[in-house]
Structure formats: structure tokens, C-alpha cells
Design a protein around this ligand. Sequence first.
Ligand SMILES: NC(=O)c1ccc[n+]([C@@H]2O[C@H](COP(=O)([O-])OP(=O)(O)OC[C@H]3O[C@@H](n4cnc5c(N)ncnc54)[C@H](O)[C@@H]3O)[C@@H](O)[C@H]2O)c1
Ligand SMILES: [Zn+2]
Length: 361
Amino acid sequence: MEVSISVPLPHSPYQVKIAPGILHHLGDHLLPLKLGKKVLLVSNPEIFEYYGKLAIESLTKANFQVSVHLVPAGESYKTPESLLAIYNSALENYLERSSTMVALGGGVIGDMTGYAAASWLRGINFVQVPTSLLAMVDASIGGKTGVNHPKGKNLIGAFYQPRLVLIDPMVLSTLPTREFRAGMAEVIKYGIIWDEELFERLEQTEKIDDFASIPPELLQLILARSCQAKVDVVSQDEKESGIRAILNYGHTIGHAIESLTGYTTINHGEAVAIGMVIAGKMALKLDLWKAEQDRRQKLLIQKSGLPTEIPSQIDPQDVLESLKTDKKVKEGLIRFILPKTIGEVIISDKVSSELIVSSLS
Ligand SMILES: NC(=O)c1ccc[n+]([C@@H]2O[C@H](COP(=O)([O-])OP(=O)(O)OC[C@H]3O[C@@H](n4cnc5c(N)ncnc54)[C@H](O)[C@@H]3O)[C@@H](O)[C@H]2O)c1
Ligand SMILES: [Zn+2]
């Protein structure tokens, strides 16, 4: 049951292929792209331990010459130093313009490898093999690549499209449950901003808070519809000038929560889940959507094992301050993505500080 989604970008179209077990055929899927022989596989030690051998075997069988570069796991290694180490591997292994970097990992590996591929020799081939749910439905699609600067996240980066995204849902079996749920927050986001049917399918499923409870066909559908939603949005707005902003639903408050909790106790997906609940409350107060819709959103988030309440130690005033330093406030008004119904959001420039604080309390 392979699903193939086309990303119709004018200069660099590519496919997102989704199928259980597709990692076994990684090499075969690279052949039609007419790439050079050399592949640098970039991963982290945990993920490489699970899937490295399989990826190498498949690439070697398809006659690619594979070298491996591992970066320690975690956001704290998404740095210029790690990037330099990837360049060193590229140099040692004589990568050429026709060579390919394959990212096997979560969003950290994907973003970093993408930027290394974008910049090495002014751009070599790049293939994404995302292994976390978040990377599958979000980070691997859309062409944003980069690393962090000590002063801020993703400050060093480029838009650079992969030649192919290959998604094997089976690898999610080893993803820690908390990471799986974090990815579900983005899936629910697509349901609210774009795809009512996806939302309803999740509502109709009894248990969605871990990989093992979700039937394979449903997981395939979740991945396909989420990827399609992201593709639809980014292909209308490749460089983020307009509609792409709706992908930030739940993220405005989410980012403030992440930053106020020091990026430790609450992960990105959890913060986004809380952010969506707060955006829902705001929409309710503004009469944009109905109490029933607000209730359904909250229930689905709860069912995914995600939090819905802002941590009690966070002061609503601090959230407001954090939004202000984030330069998101103009003349007391702030830009928010708010839900209108399940499957549609609007971009509002008219949210007042009072509304934010009252929705947070
Ligand atoms: N480019 C974009 O558009 C975009 C969008 C969203 C997020 N991001 C970036 O993505 C990053 C977050 O991605 P993430 O949530 O995947 O984090 P991550 O890459 O750190 O992965 C999370 C953890 O799960 C582990 N892991 C991943 N897949 C696994 C598997 N199959 N089995 C076992 N363990 C596995 C990783 O080793 C890591 O410890 C952030 O740096 C963020 O900035 C980028
Ligand atoms: Zn996100």
C-alpha cells in the first residue's frame, strides 16, 4: 500500500513516498533520480543502531557507495560545529556535485543534513528518510533546512528541497511514546487548519495515543493526509509570504510556553497542543467558532495523551511579555491564527492583550 504524494514546486518538484517497509527499498527508490554513486548517510547513533544496517544494505544493493556520518542525538547538537563535522565527512569521502546526502532521523538530523547538502559545493542532492512522526508529517516537507545559532533557533538556514522523501511508518515502532504524541499534535493541527476528514477519522478511532494502538491502514491515512496538507500549503507559498502562516496554528502561544519553560519540561508538540487549546478559547470568546467545536478539539488533544492546560507555574503576563519580545505585537494588537471551524482557520491581526490574558487564565 504505497502512497505517493507529488510536491509540485516549479523548479524542484519531488515525491513523498509512504509505505510500510519502504526502507528496505531505499536504494531502488534512489535509482530513477539519476544520482551519482556516492551517498553520505547522516544519522544519530540511536537511530543508526536500529535502521542503519538496513539502509546501508539497501543502498549498497543498488550499487551506491555509502559512507556514514553520525551526529550525537538531540537539539543541542543542531549546531554549526556539527555542520562542520558533516562537511569534513563530505571532504574525506570525496563527495561531488552529483553525490547525495541522505538524512536518516528526526527533524534535527533532517534540518541539519538538508542545510549541509544545500551548502556543500553550493548544493548537492538531498534525500529525507524521516524517522520521527514530527519529521514525517512536518519537518521533512517544505524545504526549510538549518541549524541553531547560540543566540537563537534555526537562525542559520536556507530553503532547499529534497529530491525525495521516503516515509516508512514501521520505524515509528521504536519511537518513544512521548515523541509519538508530540507528532500527533501536528497531525491534529492539520485536521483543524485544513482537513476536517482527517480530524473526524481521529475522533472515530478509539485509541490514538501510541503507535501500537493505531491500525496500520489508519496510520497510513494519517501520514498521507498530514503530508498532503503540508504539501498543499507550502506549494501555494514556497517561501513563506502568506498562507504558510496557518501552519503556525497553536505555535504562537506554544513557542512562548517552550521558551518560558526553558525548552526542558514541555516538548514542542505538547506546547503546540496547549497553544491550540488557547487559540480555541480565544476563537470562542470572539464568536468565531462554536462551543461544540472547541470541545471536540480539546477532547481529541486529550485523547492523544497531550496536555491541554498551561503549566501552573507560568504567569499569563509572562506569556504576553514573551510574545512582545518575539516582535509579534504591534500597537497592542497581535497576530494569531484562530479556528473558524474544524478544517479552517483565519489569520487575525486584531487580538488584544486582554483577550490573550483572559484566555490564558
Ligand atoms: N524544517 C521544518 O520545516 C521543521 C518543522 C518542524 C520542526 N523542525 C525541527 O525538527 C526538530 C525536531 O524534530 P524531532 O521532533 O523529530 O526531534 P529529534 O530529531 O530530536 O528526534 C526526537 C528523538 O527521537 C529519536 N528518534 C527519532 N526517530 C526515532 C525512531 N524511529 N526510533 C527511535 N528513536 C527515534 C531521536 O534520536 C531523538 O532522540 C527541531 O530541531 C525543529 O526545529 C523543522
Ligand atoms: Zn510545530
